[in-house]
Design a protein around this ligand. Structure first.
Ligand code: G6P
Length: 364
């Protein structure tokens, strides 16, 4: 909805864009998923993806974090190996590529110079490419072989929110589309339409309860200089984005860590009152992550748990709906966006325009 660039009744774009996420998800379903279960993607794109032996996702910032989530989705659902690369690194330190690589550029703006320099190189090497972007006719869209649009509406706040969840949604749709054409066993069990309706409703429930998160942000992040998000697997990837969101707007030095890695170094940073938020949506590792939470509590940390409904226990402060585990960042990220938003307002900063940052960075 390109006309919708006013804040309406919202004080900041970031809050408006967080709130728009359920509708963006529903719009993507109606744009790309047909009633008969087929997808409205260019058949030539699907063919080109099928021919690849490995997919390389290249991106920067929040889009990179969406790519990190895309890897387990595509590998688990479509059984195609995926590498996720930081654009600013990959162009200059290109690893040994597979025989038939396919490049996926994730970029909200379609203008990021770091990503474009990689596209220029992979074009010169003759490799096929897809740009997943929010901006029609943007540079990376024009220069790649294929484009899929995010249909998220203009994202104005510098900190990306709705583009992240839209990118994950498109990655999941591509995964399912590829699983179906490749007859991957169990592909039918991955009921993406149903999962996305759960996700949209779950996002709505979370944004409707934003007053609780405002209070929690105040209790949890007030007067702290630093903070940690921890998780394992998919929750680790969500933790990286949760901590980026918090640090880029509130200036709290926030880091995301693999929960099991804490004891190998990071735990030395835990002091009395250090905030540590854990994301727990994977039943395989939930008890281990809870163990890590106890370890930091024993060293004085103040802890917050963001847990999927199926794994929730009394005392968990934030409960999010249960999705297929690889899709859980679609809902687990939303409370962390709101916590970042409120922690920033509570510190008196302009949440839409953090210092030193630009919405789209067109220099390398
Ligand atoms: C800038 C923005 C980030 C964004 C990154 C990648 O650094 O401040 O919010 O995630 O660029 O942008 P892109 O448009 O390529 O997704």
């Amino acid at each position: 909805d390109a006309s919708d660039i006013s804040k309406g009744t919202y004080p900041y774009y970031m809050l408006k864009e967080i709130d728009e996420q359920p509708n963006v998800l529903r719009r993507l379903v109606s744009e790309y998923m047909n009633e008969d279960g087929s997808f409205n993607f260019d058949p030539k794109l699907i063919e080109a993806l099928r021919e690849a032996d490995k997919l390389y996702i290249v991106a920067a910032g929040t889009s990179y974090h969406a790519g990190l989530v895309g890897k387990p989705i595509i590998e688990e659902v479509a059984k195609i190996p995926v590498e996720v690369e930081l654009a600013s690194e990959f162009g200059y330190h290109m690893p040994l590529l597979s025989k038939k690589p396919f490049f996926i550029y994730l970029t909200q703006s379609g203008e990021t110079a770091d990503s474009r320099q990689v596209l220029v190189k992979t074009n010169a090497l003759g490799y096929p490419s897809l740009t997943i972007t929010n901006v029609e006719a943007s540079t990376l869209s024009r220069e790649a072989d294929y484009t899929i649009l995010l249909h998220a509406g203009p994202e104005i706040a510098v900190a990306s929110t709705k583009a992240y969840t839209a990118q994950i949604t498109i990655e999941a749709m591509l995964a399912k589309a590829l699983a179906v054409v490749n007859n991957v066993p169990g592909a039918e069990d991955f009921d993406l339409k149903y999962q996305l309706s759960l996700a949209a409703n779950g996002m709505q429930t979370i944004v409707d309860a934003k007053a609780d998160l405002e209070q929690l942000a105040h209790e949890f992040f007030a007067n702290t200089r630093n903070a940690f998000y921890i998780g394992r697997g998919i929750d680790y990837w969500a933790s990286l984005e949760a901590s980026l969101k918090l640090k880029e707007v509130s200036y709290i030095q926030a880091e995301g860590f693999a929960a099991g890695e804490l004891k190998h170094g990071t735990i030395s940073l835990i002091e009395n009152g250090t905030p540590v938020a854990a994301i727990i949506t994977d039943k395989e590792t939930a008890s281990h992550t809870r163990g890590n939470v106890q370890e930091v509590e024993a060293r004085g940390a103040k802890t917050l748990k963001i847990v999927s409904e199926d794994l929730a226990k009394p005392g968990d402060q934030i409960v999010v709906p249960t999705l297929d585990t690889v899709l859980s960042p679609l809902v687990s990220i939303v409370p962390t966006q709101l916590l970042a938003y409120y922690a920033t307002l509570q510190r008196g900063y302009n949440v839409d325009q953090p210092r030193n940052l630009a919405k789209s960075v067109t220099v390398e």
